[in-house]
Design a protein. Structure first.
Length: 434
């Protein structure tokens, strides 16, 4: 077994893999094509505040390894103060049974209940939501999957708009695996039957602090970090490669694409906002799908008398070259209409950031293509893809760290890249926690 290892990508998965490898005695080099570390956790500097790239938080049920590797980050236990905006109402989120029914509206709720009474098999399918959504031997598609469980009224009013907003295609072409536990694509019975978790974990100085902490740890462990340098396999011999870059980049004909995300960081007067930390807006009337206040996650991310809001606009059908700063009046009008900001608020400053390749395009039968690409990568040598991008996953940061740890353990135990490609199939079942 080689005593040298290569890590490609210096996001949270790559840094975690490097640290675990170094702890096991390997000589490790990290290659990061960007000039900055962090990947999707690289901060956006807005008005002197290192803001997150969207609303990041850690769920109490997260994989414990993330906490272990970053225990010095001064994690804070925060009470959730979210709002789901639906049918002109602001509902406390996470939802409880009453709020779920109220959000859907009486007509939609009655239609769904009537469907379950007249078609008991639909109710049984709804109970099997989680097991069925990742059983994709025959991928029936997102639209069919949801309609057969909750009916067309709930699908049209609650599920379809957000799916179209994020991915920008007819939801009938999306995979049934898109029906994960998220705001607008979640199992409705979870809102009724499952205990609601109303707190989350967040580092005192923001998510950027995690990257700074891990960078310090890997450097102290002797890891060499090469920034601004793309990985070139030919010059590195047969050392194992733990790859956290984009999986599709390793195979020229890979059909694994993404949609990006626009972030608008807007500074406003603090009096124009309430104490909500995150608003969720699945309806098509709003360009944005989520809005958050970094200062509600950590006091380190705010200024006296001011608050920053982060407005997330999925690329969807917009394409990657929209300028929403030029359309800020419309954005502010929508924020006012949704009752996120109070009154006709004039922003003090606005900054747009476009993040490429955030949401994997989970079209029908994507799992088949992902497995083909993983097999081709494995056949090329000792390459072990891991992390969100390396495995073409839509997952949480603790999931990304867990895949990195699993890849390191697999290699340390003498496992081959071919065996790893098969083992990776389990990760497609990750359920996104929000």
């Amino acid at each position: 077994m080689s005593d040298r290892a290569i890590v490609v990508g210096a996001g949270i998965a790559g840094l975690s893999a490097a640290l675990l490898l170094a702890r096991r005695g390997s000589q490790v080099d990290i290659f990061e094509a960007s000039e900055q570390l962090g990947g999707l956790l690289e901060p956006v500097l807005h008005d002197g505040i290192a803001c997150d790239r969207g609303s990041h938080r850690v769920h109490p049920e997260s994989h414990p390894l993330l906490m272990e590797l970053t225990q010095e980050a001064q994690w804070q236990n925060k009470i959730r103060a979210g709002r789901l905006i639906l049918n002109g109402r602001q509902l406390s989120y996470p939802l409880d049974p009453f709020r779920f029914v109220r959000g859907l509206g009486a007509q939609t709720t009655l239609a769904m209940a009537k469907g379950w009474l007249l078609r008991p098999r639909s109710f049984k399918r709804a109970l099997r939501w989680e097991s069925d959504r990742h059983h994709v031997v025959e991928d029936e598609g997102f639209e069919s999957f949801v309609v057969r469980r909750v009916g067309s009224a709930a699908y049209s009013g609650f599920y379809e708009p957000y799916a179209r907003k994020v991915w920008g295609i007819d939801p009938s072409g999306l995979s049934q695996t898109v029906a994960k536990q998220r705001v607008s694509t979640s199992n409705p019975l979870n809102s009724i039957l499952k205990k609601t978790v109303r707190h989350f974990l967040y580092p005192e100085h923001g998510m950027a602090a995690l990257i700074d902490l891990l960078r310090s740890k890997v450097e102290d462990a002797g890891v060499q970090i090469h920034v601004g340098r793309r990985f070139e396999r030919e010059e590195l011999g047969r050392a194992p490669v733990f790859y956290t870059g984009h999986l599709g980049s390793l195979v020229p004909d890979a059909k694994l694409s993404h949609r990006g995300l626009y972030l608008l960081h807007i500074t406003v007067d603090a009096g124009s906002l309430d104490d909500t930390d995150t608003w969720y807006t699945p309806e098509a009337r709003y360009w944005f799908g989520r809005v958050s206040q970094p200062g509600r996650f950590s006091a380190q991310l705010s200024r006296p008398g001011q608050q920053v809001i982060c407005v997330e606009i999925p690329e969807g059908q917009w394409g990657p070259e929209q300028n929403f700063v030029d359309q800020i009046d419309e954005v502010m009008a929508q924020l006012h209409h949704a009752s996120i900001v109070k009154g006709a608020v004039k922003p003090m400053s606005v900054q747009q950031t476009f993040i490429e390749r955030v949401y994997p395009m989970y079209v029908r039968d994507w799992v088949v293509e992902q497995r083909r690409v993983l097999s081709e990568v494995a056949a090329s040598g000792p390459v072990f893809p891991c992390g969100r991008q390396g495995l073409f996953l839509h997952c949480n940061m603790d999931h990304a760290v867990a895949t990195a740890a699993a890849a390191v353990e697999h290699w340390q135990a003498g496992g081959t890249s071919e065996q790893w490609a098969v083992q990776c199939r389990q990760f497609a079942n990750f359920r996104v926690r929000d």
